[in-house]
Design a protein around this ligand. Structure first.
Ligand SMILES: *Cc1c(COP(=O)(O)O)cnc(C)c1O
Length: 456
C-alpha cells in the first residue's frame, strides 16, 4: 500500500470552533497582529508550535493515574529516570518543568559576561538564557543550512571547520559547545551522526564540554536511519544512544519528543556540575526527584519515551511534513527543502519579495494565513532574531514561517485544508503589506511585541 495512514485511531476528540474570515480579521487586529495574542479558541488549525500540543496515548493517560506525588523519592521519578537513561545514558538526570528551565540552570553555571557559546543554531529560549546571563550566543551551521533551496540531507550540521577556528580564536571564553538536534530555528533540519561525533571530537580536542539540545532526538534519529549511509538496519533506540554517547550532557523539552504536554530535563555526567545544577534546581524548580513536575507528568514522559521511538509513528510523522512540502512546492510556494522533522517552513522572504526583510515578510505571511484559513503559524525570522544585543536591528539569516505540526493531533484532511489556504494566499500575494513594530520588550520580543501594518 502506498498510503501511509495515521498509525492510531481516535478515542477522544476535541471540537474545533469555526470562525469566519471577517471575525478573524478583527481578532488579529485586536491582538496587534501578534499571533501569540490570539485566544486559541479563535484558531481552526493551531500550528503555532508542536511544543506540548500533541495527543497523549491511552497508555500515557493510564500512566498518569499511576503518578505518585511523594515529595521525595517517588517511584514515578525512578521510572522517568530509567526511561531517560535507557536512551541517553547520562549519570545525572535532573527533571525540570520545561526545556528552558534546564537551559536557565545550565547557563547559570556556564554563562556570564565575557563568555561566548557556539551551536549549530541556538533556539530562541537558549539564546535568551545565554544573553540574559551576559554571555553571547553564536550560530555556526553549515552554509547549506542557510540556503532554503539546498537539498543537503543534513542541513542542521555544524560547520566543523568554523567551530574549530572559533574555538581556537575564543579559547578561554568558551565554556561549552552546544548542538541542537534537530535544528529547530534552522528549519527543523537534522544533524548526522557523523557530524555529532565530529562536534564532540572537536570540542574534546579543545578541552570543552559538549552538550546537546536534544528536543527532537527521535525525529533526528529517524533522519539518520533513513538518510545516513550504513544506518538503515539499525533500530531507533540504538541510533539515539549513539547520538548521545559522546556528549557530556543534554537539555531537553519533553514537550517535543518526550510526547508530553509539559516537562523537560537537564542530564549530565560530571558530578560537580550536577551538584551545582541541583542546588539551583532546588532553589528555582523543586526537589531533585520531581524538579518542576508532578509525579503524573513524570509518568507521562516515561511512557512517552517508549512510544516516540516507534518506527511506524516516526514514518507517519515525517511523511505528513513531506506531503505538505510536496504540495506547496508543486504550487510554487518556496518551502525549506527537504521537509524538516516537526514542521514545514515557508521561505517568506523568497515568496513575498516586495516586502523588505526589516518590514517582516514572515509576519505578513503568518497574519494573512490566519485571516484566510484560521491557521496559526509562527514567524521565525527577523521578528524573532533581528534585534541584536547592542540594540540595533538587522535582517535574520532567513525569514521563515513555521507550520509546526503537533504530534498525533491533526489528520490528512487538515493537511489538505492547509494546502488549500495557501492556494488562496497565492492569489492575493502581491497585495500583502509589511509591518513595523510599535512596541517591544527587551528580550524575546516576538511573544509580546505589537505590530502596525504599513500603509500600501
Ligand atoms: C522548545 C525548545 C526549547 C525550549 O523548551 P521549552 O520546553 O519550550 O522550554 C529549547 N530548544 C529547542 C530546540 C526547542 O525546540
Amino acid at each position: 500500500m502506498k498510503t501511509i495512514i495515521e498509525p492510531f485511531r481516535i478515542k477522544s476528540v476535541e471540537p474545533i470552533r469555526m470562525t469566519t474570515r471577517a471575525e478573524r480579521a478583527r481578532l488579529i487586529r485586536e491582538s496587534h497582529f501578534n499571533l501569540f495574542g490570539l485566544h486559541s479558541d479563535d484558531v481552526l488549525i493551531d500550528l503555532l508550535t508542536d511544543s506540548g500540543t500533541g495527543a497523549m496515548s491511552a497508555a500515557q493517560w493510564g500512566a498518569v493515574m499511576r503518578g505518585d506525588e511523594s515529595y521525595a523519592g517517588s517511584p514515578s521519578f525512578f521510572r522517568f529516570r530509567d526511561a531517560v537513561q535507557n536512551l541517553m545514558p547520562f549519570r545525572h538526570i535532573i527533571p525540570t518543568h520545561q526545556g528552558r528551565a534546564a537551559e536557565a540552570i545550565l547557563f547559570s553555571i556556564f554563562g556570564g559576561p565575557g563568555r561566548v557559546i557556539p551551536s549549530n543554531t541556538h533556539f530562541d529560549t537558549t539564546r535568551g538564557n545565554i544573553e540574559a546571563s551576559g554571555a553571547l550566543a553564536h550560530d555556526l551551521v553549515i552554509a547549506e543550512g542557510r540556503d532554503p533551496a539546498s537539498e543537503h540531507p543534513f542541513k542542521g550540521n555544524m560547520d566543523i571547520a568554523r567551530l574549530d577556528a572559533y574555538l581556537a580564536e575564543h579559547g578561554d571564553a568558551v565554556p561549552v559547545v552546544m548542538l541542537t538536534i534537530t535544528n529547530n530555528a534552522g528549519g527543523g533540519q537534522p544533524v548526522s551522526l557523523e557530524n555529532i561525533r565530529a562536534v564532540a571530537a572537536t570540542a574534546r580536542a579543545h578541552g570543552k564540554p559538549f552538550f546537546i539540545d536534544g528536543c527532537r532526538f527521535a525525529e533526528n534519529a529517524w533522519f539518520i536511519k533513513t538518510r545516513e549511509p550504513g544506518q538503515q538496519d539499525r533500530s531507533i533506540p540504538e541510533i539515539v544512544r549513539d547520538c548521545f554517547a559522546d556528549a557530556d550532557g543534554m537539555t531537553m523539552s519533553a514537550k517535543k519528543d518526550g510526547f508530553a504536554n509539559i516537562g523537560g530535563w537537564l542530564a549530565l555526567n560530571d558530578d560537580d556540575l550536577a551538584e551545582q545544577a541541583r542546588a539551583h534546581l532546588i532553589r528555582t524548580e523543586g526537589f531533585p526527584t520531581y524538579g518542576g513536575l508532578s509525579g503524573r507528568d513524570l509518568e507521562a514522559i516515561a511512557q512517552g519515551l517508549s512510544e516516540i521511538v516507534d518506527e511506524d509513528y516516526l514514518r507517519y510523522r515525517i511523511r505528513t511534513n513531506e506531503y505538505i512540502v510536496e504540495r506547496l512546492s508543486a504550487m510554487g510556494v518556496p518551502v525549506v527543502r527537504p521537509a524538516g522533522g516537526h514542521a514545514v517552513f515557508i521561505d517568506a522572504r523568497g515568496w513575498l519579495t516586495h516586502i523588505d526583510p526589516l518590514s517582516y515578510p514572515g509576519q505578513a505571511l503568518a497574519v494573512a494565513l490566519y485571516e484566510i484559513g484560521g491557521i496559526r503559524s509562527c514567524e521565525i525570522g527577523t521578528v524573532m532574531f533581528g534585534r541584536q544585543p547592542d540594540g540595533t536591528e538587522v535582517p535574520a539569516a532567513m525569514d521563515l514561517v513555521r507550520l509546526a505540526i503537533p504530534r498525533r493531533t491533526y489528520t490528512q484532511s487538515h493537511a489538505d485544508f492547509i494546502v488549500e489556504a495557501f492556494g488562496e494566499l497565492a492569489e492575493m500575494r502581491d497585495s500583502l503589506r509589511g509591518y513595523r513594530i510599535a512596541w517591544e520588550p527587551k528580550l524575546m520580543r516576538h511573544f509580546t511585541c505589537r505590530f502596525e501594518k504599513l500603509a500600501g
